[in-house]
Design a protein around this ligand. Structure first.
Ligand code: NDP
Length: 451
C-alpha cells in the first residue's frame, strides 16, 4: 500500500513486516488507513499519541487447543482463537466462525473491521472476533455439541457479559450458540448475557436471526433513497450465499418489492428467473442442512443450478448483495457486475469485494455500501439483546426491528456526513471508515496510552 502520509506509511510497512503472511488482515488495514489520510493530516494528535499503531495491534490474542472425541471414539484436535481487538468504547463484541479456512489472519481482519462496525452502530461495544478451524459440515449433532463444549471450556476463562460477548458467524448458528451457552453456564454457574444469538427461550432477542439480512436491506434502501433517489421496489437482485445473512436479505428485499434471482453455496449457485422461492431455501439450509443444488428439483419452473460460485456475478441484475464470504468478488467479477448495468453493490458478507473490485465499482459510479456499514445490523441487534438481558426484559419483534431500521438509516446518514466533511461527498466507504474511527479515536485519546 502507498500512502501520502509518512506516518501512515511507516505504520503500515511496520505491520506488513511483522505479519507478512496475514494477507486478509493487511488488506483490511490497508483499506481503512487509506480512508483515514485526511483525518490524520487534520489531527496531529493522532500521530503524537500513536493512535494508529495502537489501533492495528490487538489488545489480546488467545490461541488454544480444542480436543474432542468423535462418534467413532477417536480423539480430534482443532485450534481455537479469540482476538480481543479494541475495548475503547465497550466490551469486545464480535462473532465466532467455525470453518476449515479459519486462521489468525482471517480473525484479525474480522476483528479489526468489527471495531469500526460496532462504533458505527452508535452502541457501546468494542471489537473482537474468534472461532476455530472446526468444520461443522457432515458432523452429527453430538459431535458439534462435544466440540462446542470443549471450545467453551477454554473460552469461558476469557469472556463475560461485561468483558467480551461473542455471537455467531459462518458455521455458528442457533444450535452452536445453544451448546456454547449451556457449557458456559455449567462452568460458571451464572445465567448471563455472555453470548448473543441465543434461542428465544433462554435470553435471545426477537429479530436477531433476521437482523443482518434485514439490516442490509434497510441500509440499501436508505442509501438508494438518499444518494440516488431510487429504491429496491421493482429491482432485480443477485444474492450470493444461502446462510443466515443471505436468507434474511432475500426475505426483506422481496418484502420491499425486489425480485431476488440467485442464491449460492460454496459448491455452486441457483438462478431462478421467476424469483427465489425462499421457503424451499429455508427447508434445505435451515432444516435439512443440505446443499443448494437440491433447490432446482423442488422449485421446478425455469430454475437452473450451475457448479462453481463465481458465475453468480455474471447474472444480470440491478443490485448485488454478496452474502457468502470474504474476497468472493474479484476485479474480473466486478467487471461483469459493471457490464450488467448494476446501480448498487451493498455487502452482507465481511469484505466480499477485493480492492480491485471496489475500484471497478467506483470507476463506474456504482453506489457501494461497504460491509462494516451495510452488515452492521447483526451486531447492532446483538447489542440490543445485551440490553434486554441486562434489564431482564424481552422486547417485541417490532420494537427491535424498528430500532434496527433506525440504526441502519443513521449509519447511512453518518457515513455520508463524514465523507462530505473530509471532501469525499457521496463515498459511503470512506465515510463509514471515518465515522467509525472518530468515536474510537476520541475514546482512546481520553483513556490514555496504557489503558
Ligand atoms: P452461514 O454459515 O449461515 O452461511 C454462509 C454461506 O456462505 C453459506 O451459504 C456458505 O456455503 C457460503 N460460504 C461460506 N464460505 C464460503 C466460501 N469460502 N466460498 C463460497 N461460499 C462460502 O454464515 P452467515 O450467513 O452468518 O455469514 C455470511 C457472511 O456474513 C460472512 O462473511 C459473515 O462474516 C458475515 N456476517 C454475518 C453476520 C451474522 O449475523 N450472521 C453479521 C455480519 C456479517 P456452504 O454451506 O457451502 O459453506
Amino acid at each position: 500500500m502507498k500512502y501520502q502520509s509518512a506516518y501512515l506509511q511507516k505504520v503500515y510497512d511496520g505491520l506488513a513486516a511483522r505479519n507478512p503472511e496475514q494477507t486478509e488482515f493487511l488488506e483490511a488495514v490497508g483499506e481503512v488507513l487509506e480512508s483515514l489520510e485526511p483525518v490524520v493530516s487534520a489531527n496531529p494528535k493522532i500521530e503524537e499519541e500513536g493512535i494508529i499503531e495502537r489501533l492495528v495491534e490487538p489488545e489480546r490474542v488467545i490461541l488454544f487447543r480444542v480436543p474432542w472425541v468423535d462418534d467413532e471414539g477417536k480423539v480430534q484436535v482443532n485450534r481455537g482463537y479469540r482476538v480481543q481487538f479494541n475495548s475503547a468504547i465497550g466490551p469486545y463484541k464480535g462473532g465466532l466462525r467455525f470453518h476449515p479456512s479459519v486462521n489468525l489472519s482471517i480473525l484479525k481482519f474480522l476483528g479489526f473491521e468489527q471495531i469500526f462496525k460496532n462504533s458505527l452502530t452508535g452502541l457501546p461495544i468494542g471489537g473482537g472476533k474468534g472461532g476455530s478451524d472446526f468444520d461443522p459440515k457432515g458432523k452429527s449433532d453430538r459431535e458439534v455439541m462435544k466440540f462446542c463444549q470443549s471450545f467453551m471450556t477454554e473460552l469461558s476463562k476469557h469472556i463475560g457479559a461485561d468483558t467480551d460477548v461473542p455471537a455467531g458467524d459462518i458455521g455458528v448458528g442457533g444450535r452452536e450458540i445453544g451448546y456454547l451457552f449451556g457449557q458456559y453456564k455449567r462452568l460458571r454457574n451464572e445465567f448471563t448475557g455472555v453470548l448473543t444469538g441465543k434461542g428465544l427461550t433462554y435470553g435471545g432477542s426477537l429479530a436477531r436471526t433476521q437482523a443482518t439480512g434485514y439490516g442490509l436491506c434497510y441500509y440499501t434502501e436508505e442509501a438508494l433513497k438518499t444518494m440516488r433517489n431510487e429504491s429496491l421496489k421493482g429491482k432485480t437482485v443477485v444474492i450470493s450465499g444461502s446462510g443466515n445473512v443471505a436468507i434474511y436479505a432475500c426475505e426483506k428485499a422481496t418484502q420491499l418489492g425486489a425480485k431476488v434471482v440467485t442464491v449460492s453455496d460454496s459448491n455452486g449457485y441457483v438462478y431462478d428467473p421467476d424469483g427465489i422461492k425462499l421457503d424451499i431455501v429455508k427447508q434445505i439450509k435451515e432444516v435439512e442442512r443440505g446443499r443448494i443444488k437440491e433447490y432446482v428439483g423442488r422449485a421446478g419452473g425455469q430454475a437452473e443450478y450451475h457448479e462453481g460460485c463465481k458465475g453468480v456475478w455474471t447474472v444480470k441484475a440491478d443490485i448485488y448483495l454478496p452474502c457468502a464470504t470474504q474476497n468472493e468478488i474479484d476485479g474480473e467479477s466486478a467487471k461483469s457486475i459493471v457490464a450488467n448495468g448494476a446501480i448498487a453493490v451493498c455487502e452482507g458478507a465481511n469484505m466480499p469485494s477485493t480492492p480491485e473490485a471496489i475500484a471497478e465499482y467506483k470507476n463506474a459510479g456504482i453506489l457501494f455500501g461497504p460491509a462494516k456499514a451495510a452488515n452492521a445490523g447483526g451486531v447492532a441487534t446483538s447489542a440490543l439483546e445485551m440490553s434486554q438481558n441486562s434489564e431482564r426484559l424481552s422486547w417485541t419483534f417490532d420494537e427491535v426491528d424498528n430500532k434496527l431500521k433506525t440504526i441502519m438509516e443513521n449509519i447511512v446518514h453518518n457515513s455520508a456526513a463524514a465523507a462530505e466533511k473530509y471532501g469525499f461527498k457521496g463515498d459511503l466507504q470512506v465515510g463509514a471508515n471515518i465515522a467509525g474511527f472518530e468515536k474510537v479515536c476520541d475514546a482512546m485519546l481520553s483513556q490514555g496510552i496504557a489503558y
